[in-house]
Write a protein that binds this ligand. Sequence first.
Ligand SMILES: [Zn+2]
Length: 396
Amino acid sequence: MPFSNFIGNAETVKRLREMLTRGHLPPAVILAGAAGSGKYTLALMLAQAMNCLERRVPNGQKNEQWLFGIPLFGDGRGDAPSADTAELAKLPDYCGHCSNCKRIGLAADLETPFAEAVEAREALRETDKKETRILVQTHPDVLVIPPDPPQMMIKVDQVRHVIQSVHFRPSEAREKVYIFTSSAFMKEAANSLLKVLEEPPEFATSFLLTTNPGELLPTIRSRAMTFTLGALGPAEIESHLVKLRPEWDARQRALVARLSEGAMGRALSWDLETYVAARAQALTLLKSALGSSDHTDLFKTTEGFRPGAEGREKIDALLRTLYLLLEDLMSAQSGASQLVRNTDIAGELKKMAEAADFAWVQRAAVGLGDVERGLRRNLLRSLSLDSFVAALEPTA
Ligand SMILES: [Zn+2]
């Protein structure tokens, strides 16, 4: 029962599956949610469920009551299936191993085919380059439309490709599926998409994935049905990490569960090692600014931020971490210690929160804004960081 692999937002997933039971999905479905909330995973799962070949034939009823060959089973812990599980097992699902499921499933790793397509385009002559748009297709009837670099927006030629194919019946699937992985459309592209949605064929569904539905034209939104994937609680994420990230200990799982802000995908792809390294540097800076460590450590740290592309990523990670720590300090100061995300160093943060006052944390946040602006003007990174710390140090 592969839908059971989708973590969280059970009610939303159930509603979508119920719609499949009644026939098919609306021509346009907006899947909204934070980065890492599972929008793309869910869209692919639905595309598989719409086209799985192992699905039992409709039983002839007018409303197309599909029946699926899915055995009833519990949650794998050996107990009897609950009423809820039994009910869910009656809803459309996909097998994951038929040729449609397999080929659609290949698109799950979007990064590799995307990088390949971009690379192939780079190799073209300049004139051809302009006319080549990035699309990812692992099944003839399922097309993934990612934002096109370098602007990382969906462009009119990509939507034209959809317009050209959308009215042809699917060749190997029951339903055609288009997955737009971003809602950043160039103006002309958005207008073209609207044309598709105004007269959609009954055998095609477009999924529009977005972190911010407001980015889509109101006329597009009004023609689509919106489903939102909400944030999961830290406890829920933590419990899934026990199984999915057994290499992390309980403290690490608790930390990532809070840092991922309710998005399971973010939690699973969290680069803990890089984060902890960036945080150690951020702590050195803040402690030095609080006057509780000498400058040797500070200069050793800031010296590491040399110019160059790699250094840019490194300093971005440092700044993000500094903001996070300042927010944690504020939570600790205002007595809301349950909101502290860096739970594994809660004791250290508490001491720092006592050493600083609210105004200091605010000054530090403003100072970070200055550092960011300085970086945009290409000021030396190490100097910007040193002066950020110096401005916050207690005056004797
Ligand atoms: Zn299948």
